[in-house]
Design a protein around this ligand. Sequence first.
Ligand code: F6R
Length: 242
Amino acid sequence: MEIIVTNNYEELSRKAGEIIDSQLKKDSASVLGLATGSTPLGTYKELVMSYEKGETDYSFVSTLNLDEYVGLSPDHHQSYRRFMNEHLFDQINIQKGNTYIPDGKADNLAEECERYEQVIDEIGPPDLQLLGIGENGHIGFNEPGTSFESGTHVVELTPSTRQANARFFDTMEEVPTHAVTMGVQSIHKSKKIILLASGKRKAEAIRQLIYGERDEQFPASSLKEHRDLTLIVDREAYALVN
Ligand code: F6R
């Protein structure tokens, strides 16, 4: 595991952006695994800036996102498809047909999970997967207790996750109860993984990731066995590591 410690969030975002840009320069048909959430937002800004300067070209790039809420249409203001369009895809020259996100509106979700796992195998595996981490060690929507052998699957969101999301919706009833997520094993298919963590909220999770055992109660710990894992963490997130 390689660990890069930065002074702050801006530097973390620049570093992650540089790594992704150099992947695109090495292989113009790269496959990127992408995440939503607040942590990668700065990285996406960096990618858009270097694209605008003419340093990168997304014509032949494909992307595979980790997860999507069940029941939200792609244009719903809280769907992960909409998030990705707004923060990245609409601002670069990627072909939308080359951007893959699970379909949370699929009639048959079990089939959708199988289909998405096939997409990962056929389009991917990603050359590089960007990940965030939950305070409880979740990656994607893989919460504590998820099997390390899991492929793409449907998860029921915990009451605390739904409660935390409630602020983005008008009523509690609108908050999705389920999501489709790449499994832990699906994430492991990526050739390279970059996990980002910023702020003291993440410090305990980073301590546990570095010092803890591999344990299904802490999903990110599975990554300790990945052949090419880089952590990019800012000083606050690294504060509990000696
Ligand atoms: C996002 C995702 C989640 C987040 C994690 C951290 O697609 O799968 O696992 O990476 O919840 O979220 P933030 O970055 O908002 O702290």
